[in-house]
Design a binder for this molecule. Structure first.
Ligand SMILES: *Cc1c(COP(=O)(O)O)cnc(C)c1O
Length: 384
C-alpha cells in the first residue's frame, strides 16, 4: 500500500533513515563501528553522559525500580517527581512546575487544555511541529503570525474577539537558532486587558540562554502570572521529559485538564533522577559548561564566517547551513559523514528551505571544531 510513496521519497532523496549509536551520546559517537564527530545532538552541555547525571538515574532506578506503573495522578510518580518540580519552579523563578513525559506530549496536551472553543491561539509560523499539532488538537480559533513579526501579531490580536488569547512561540527556534522577540510579546500581553497569556517553548533555551536559566532570564524578564514557561529535560539537561513552570492556578489547571498528563504513564524514576542531577549540575555550573558552550559557538561561527555559507538568523548553538536544494543538502551531509562528521540534513517537510543543521555543544574540543571547519573548506573547494 505504501511502496510507491516510499519509492518516490527515495527518488527525491527524502527517505528518512534511523542511525543508531553504539556508544553514549556525546561529541564523538560510534555508528556501525565507526567513530564520528557529532554535530547533530541537542545535548548542549554534554550532560547525557555526565557521571553525576548517570548516577542520578542509577540511584533512582535502584530505589524506585524501572517503570512508573501508572499515570502521575494514580501514584505513578515518586518523591523524586515532587523534588524535581520544586527545583524546576525555583530554577525558573515560578510559583509551581509540573512535569510532562516529553516536549511533544506536553505541547499536544497543554495547548488544547489552555484554549477551547471560546478562545484564540496565536502561533508563530515557524513553531515546532509539536506546537502545530497542539494547535490542531485545540478547538480554539487559530491565527498564524509571520515569523517573529510582532506587528502582524498585534494586528491579528486586535481583530479578534475571544475570551482568552493564547500566544504560543518557540523561545529559540529549533531549526534556525534565532530567538523570539519575547520582550515585545510580553509588552503586548502586559498592555492588554488581562485576557492574554504567553506560552513559551524553551526547549532550546533551557540550559543554554540566561546562564542556563532560559530565555526569560536572558531578557531579564520576571515571570508573570500570564507567562507559562515550557522547557524540556531532553535537550541541554541530557535526560528526558518536559515541564511547565508558571503560577499556581495555571499549573493546577494543566494538572486537571491536559490529556497527555492524565492518560499516560508517568516518567520512569530513572529519567526523573537524571533530571534532578542535571539541574544540580547546571545550577552550580562550577565547570563553566554554559560559558564553554557559547565559546564553542563563537569559535564555530568564526570558522564559518570565512566560508561564505548562509547561517541564516542563527543566534544560538543551533547553526543551520542553508542550502539551495535538497540535492546539495544531502550531498553536503553525505560528504561530511564520509569525513567522519555527523551533521544531519534537514529537508522538507520538516523545514521549508533545506539545510544541514549543526549544533555545537560544550563537549566539543577546539580540535573537533577545527576538523569540521577544514572539512567544510575542502567541500567548498570541491563544489565550486
Ligand atoms: C525538541 C522540541 C520539542 C519536543 O521535545 P521532546 O522532549 O523531544 O519531545 C518541543 N519543542 C521544541 C521547540 C523542540 O525543539
Amino acid at each position: 500500500m505504501f511502496r510507491k510513496e516510499l519509492e518516490a521519497l527515495k527518488e527525491n532523496r527524502l527517505l528518512r533513515e534511523i542511525k543508531d549509536r553504539g556508544s553514549a551520546q556525546g561529541a564523538r559517537i560510534n555508528i556501525k563501528g565507526r567513530v564520528y564527530i557529532n554535530f547533530g545532538s541537542n545535548d548542549y552541555l554534554g550532560l547525557a553522559s555526565h557521571p553525576h547525571v548517570a548516577a542520578g538515574a542509577k540511584d533512582a532506578l535502584e530505589k524506585f525500580g524501572a517503570g512508573a506503573g501508572a499515570s502521575r495522578l494514580l501514584a505513578g510518580g515518586t518523591s523524586l517527581s515532587e523534588r524535581l518540580e520544586s527545583l524546576l519552579a525555583d530554577f525558573k523563578e515560578a510559583e509551581k512546575a509540573l512535569v510532562f513525559n516529553s516536549g511533544y506530549c506536553m505541547n499536544t496536551g497543554v495547548i488544547p487544555a489552555l484554549a477551547d472553543e471560546e478562545d484564540a491561539v496565536f502561533s508563530d509560523e515557524l513553531n515546532h511541529a509539536s506546537i502545530i499539532d497542539g494547535c490542531r488538537l485545540s478547538k480554539a480559533k487559530k491565527y498564524i503570525y509571520r515569523h517573529s513579526d510582532v506587528s502582524h501579531l498585534r494586528e491579528l490580536l486586535r481583530g479578534t474577539k475571544a475570551r482568552k488569547k493564547i500566544i504560543v512561540t518557540d523561545a529559540v527556534f529549533s531549526m534556525d537558532g534565532d530567538i523570539a522577540p519575547i520582550e515585545e510579546i510580553c509588552g503586548l500581553c502586559a498592555s492588554g486587558s488581562g485576557d492574554m497569556l504567553l506560552y513559551m517553548d524553551d526547549a532550546h533555551g533551557t540550559g543554554v540562554l540566561g546562564k542556563g536559566r532560559g530565555t526569560l532570564r536572558h531578557f531579564g524578564i520576571k515571570p508573570e502570572p500570564w507567562i507559562i514557561q515550557m522547557g524540556t529535560m531532553s535537550k541541554a539537561m541530557g535526560s528526558f521529559g518536559a515541564f511547565a513552570a508558571g503560577d499556581g492556578d495555571s499549573i493546577g489547571w494543566l494538572l486537571n485538564s491536559a490529556r497527555s498528563l492524565i492518560f499516560s504513564t508517568a516518567l520512569p524514576p530513572s529519567a526523573v533522577g537524571a533530571s534532578i542531577a542535571a539541574l544540580e549540575v547546571i545550577w552550580k555550573d562550577d565547570k563553566g559548561l554554559v560559558d564553554k558552550l557559547w565559546d564553542n559557538r563563537d569559535k564555530l561561527m568564526n570558522e564559518l564566517a570565512g566560508l561564505g555559507l548562509d547561517t541564516g538568523r542563527s543566534e544560538t548553538p543551533i547553526i543551520p547551513l542553508i542550502m539551495k536544494d535538497v540535492e546539495s543538502t544531502a550531498g553536503l551531509s553525505d560528504y561530511l559523514y564520509k569525513e567522519g562528521i555527523y551533521a544531519p540534513a534537514i529537508r522538507p517537510p520538516a523545514v521549508r528551505t533545506p539545510r544541514v543543521r549543526l549544533t555545537v555543544t560544550a563537549a566539543h574540543t577546539e580540535e573537533e571544531i577545527g576538523i569540521l571547519a577544514r572539512a567544510l573548506h575542502a567541500w567548498r573547494e570541491k563544489t565550486l
